[in-house]
Design a binder for this molecule. Structure first.
Ligand code: BES
Ligand code: ZN
Length: 620
């Protein structure tokens, strides 16, 4: 343990050395705050916030948010200035307890943006900042009516994780800093506003909404959605918001949400956030889901009509414990959020739909992981990352999710489910509303679970999993009988043993179909692909996972009948996970990139900045 703190204080010293006003961090201070976040200017050991009162106006014409962020300082700061993070935000004025005060905006760092330094007299409690966002603010996507599902009204949504909150609120944008918040948000009349907080269920005639988040959260969980939005209840504590034209389908798709919530609580303890609602966003939402507290943001591409892609809801719900309750201290510890969440997600799915269902998910995860590990440079395959000088987005890979998952699964299998569940339940309870570094987790693991049977530690080798590259040899094996059946069916068909009519596929879920498409042999002729498509309608399937995999495969194989659908998909959908392999396939097929660029030209205006940035880099 001592060794860890020494290393941490060293880290703190090094990173402080690069700030303009170097300050030594004592070992005592690092004990309190553990580490320094290389992605934030905030010096949390000097001065930090504990509450936010936000009062903002949303202007669709100017594509701007403007207003006031009033921060209550934590008690007893050790400095007379506080550092906030900013990116592209224009600061109008700053007050310390109602008096104008001295402030400066520092130089721009290519990853972090700018520091806002506010000086304040001793004893100051509140820092009030007047500001306006830029139309290009990276967290915000302003959609024209035709970019929405119903095509009638404009729409705005935010995506703050990892470090984009600073583009719409001047804040200490570091996951290790938590605060409670109240907000007043004024929007055009007729529109609804929702946040990661207590939410309305009806439109306010004046367009003025008040929100409350009484539990302390980190800035990356700040979220706002504004649009023509309606609500449907799904259970006592659960409901779904969507554009009116998507509401019924969404409520049908996610009808098991309340059951998931109950299953999650039965596993790892009471849900801490009051209600759990979903909002189904327009198709440009760059992620599958985002665990904004009390209100998960969801891509419409999981509204498949058959409830087959709802593990995503289990995932975002699980973040209410792993992530939102126990939070990665910095983005180098991202696996502590995502690895635990994938583990928890699969336990929820197992308890609702059985082991053979969750084993399909684990198998697909294992496939993703093997591909990712093969593609990434070695140092990016560690669980604990070192992202100094890089965008935290670089750490957003299957390693955090799936290697993290398999590490926890190994612990479960080694120590037994009962012991492991007790350990996890205690872990969430004793670290609720706190941050977690990888090192702290390793220490907790050591003195709790591992200490129950020290003879087993060597067989796990936690250090290799966390600080070493690739996938260790003791990675748990996953076997999915349902997928084995798919394998033999596929093989028999590919070998010409029988035709489709003889294939037993009537009870296949979309996971089986995804596995099927992922394992189509490389050698199939275009004629056989056409026959396959004619029979199973992959090109036009409403299941986005199967469709995206098929379209990617079709581009790789030069199966032209699927090209128009691929183009349509790329223009309509902005979910980055689907876009990347599709563009990659287009580039491989036409290395001049002309084809990919021609489609991107039409599609780019529909994408959120998160996706734009990724595809820009691929096509430059
Ligand atoms: N919190 C993540 C999304 C995220 C991570 C956004 C890092 C920005 C930076 C969310 O919980 C997530 O993991 N979403 C996945 C779906 C999930 C089922 C694996 C996604 O969007 O694909
Ligand atoms: Zn997640």
């Amino acid at each position: 343990m001592k060794r860890i703190f020494l290393a941490l204080s060293l880290l703190a010293l090094i990173s402080c050395g690069q700030d303009k006003e170097p300050k030594e961090v004592t070992v005592e201070e690092t004990k309190q705050f553990d580490t320094v976040d290389v992605h934030s200017f905030a010096k949390r050991w000097e001065a930090r916030v504990q509450h936010l009162d936000l009062d903002i106006n949303v202007d669709f014409d100017a594509k701007q948010i403007s207003g006031f962020a009033e921060w209550t300082l934590s008690e007893n700061p050790t400095a007379d200035s506080i550092f906030f993070d900013l990116d592209e935000i224009e600061i109008k004025n700053v007050w310390a307890d109602g008096q104008e005060t001295k402030w400066t905006v520092g130089e721009t760092d290519p990853v972090k943006g700018q520091p806002l330094v506010v000086h304040f007299p001793e004893g100051t409690q509140k820092i009030k900042i007047e500001y306006v966002t830029a139309p290009s603010a990276a967290a915000l996507q302003w959609l024209d009516p035709q970019q929405t599902h119903d095509k009638k009204h404009p729409f705005l949504f935010t995506q703050s994780q990892a470090i984009l909150a600073r583009t719409w609120i001047p804040c200490q944008d570091s996951p290790g800093i938590r605060y409670t918040y109240n907000a007043k948000v004024t929007v055009p009349k007729g529109m609804m506003a929702l946040m990661s907080a207590s939410n309305p269920q009806e439109v306010d005639p004046d367009g003025v909404y008040e929100f409350e988040m009484p539990q302390p959260i980190p800035s990356y969980l700040m979220a706002l959605s504004v649009g023509d939005i309606a609500f449907a209840s799904m259970g006592e504590r659960t409901g779904v918001y969507a554009e009116p034209g998507m509401l019924e389908a969404s409520a049908y798709e996610f009808a098991d949400t309340e059951k998931m919530l109950e299953a999650a609580e039965a596993l790892y303890g009471a849900y801490a956030w009051g209600r759990y609602d979903l909002i189904v966003l327009p198709p440009s939402f760059p992620f599958g889901g985002m665990e904004n507290p009390r209100l998960t943001f969801v891509t419409p591409t999981v509204v498949a009509g058959d409830r087959s892609l709802t593990s995503l809801i289990a995932h975002e719900l699980a973040h209410s414990w792993s992530g939102n309750l126990v939070t990665n201290d910095t983005w180098n510890d991202f696996w502590v959020n995502e690895g635990f969440t994938v583990y928890f997600e699969r336990r929820i799915m197992e308890s609702l739909y059985g082991r053979d269902y969750s084993e399909m998910l684990a198998t697909l995860g294992h496939q993703d992981l093997e591909e990712t590990v093969a593609d990434l440079p070695k140092e990016d395959t560690h669980l604990k990352l070192d992202l100094k000088g890089r965008n935290p987005d670089d750490g957003l890979t299957d390693v955090a999710y799936e290697k993290g998952y398999f590490f926890l699964r190994l612990l479960e299998e080694t120590y037994g489910r009962e012991k492991f569940d007790t350990f996890l339940k205690n872990y969430f309870q004793s670290n609720a509303f706190k941050t977690m570094t990888t090192e702290k987790f390793m220490a907790i693991l050591d003195s709790n679970l591992l200490a129950t049977d020290s003879t087993l530690i060597a067989s796990v080798n936690p250090e290799e999993w966390v600080y070493g590259p690739g996938l260790p040899n003791n990675c748990p094996r996953v076997t999915s009988e349902r997928f084995q059946r798919v394998n033999s069916t596929l093989k028999a068909w590919a070998d010409g043993a029988f035709s489709f009519d003889e294939m037993e596929t009537s009870d296949w879920s979309s996971h089986e179909w995804l596995h099927f498409v992922r394992h189509l042999p490389d050698t199939l002729s275009l004629d056989r692909l056409a026959v396959l498509d004619e029979h199973f309608h992959f090109t036009t399937t409403g299941n986005s996972e199967v469709q995206a995999a098929w379209l990617t495969y079709s581009i790789q194989k030069g199966y032209e009948p699927a090209f128009p659908a691929a183009e349509e998909f790329l223009i309509r959908v902005g979910r980055r996970k689907f876009l990347t392999p599709l563009y990659k396939a287009l580039i491989a097929e036409d290395p001049t990139k002309e084809k990919a660029r021609a489609i991107y030209k039409k599609a780019r205006p529909n994408y959120h900045s998160v996706s734009q940035e990724t595809i820009d880099a691929m096509l430059k």
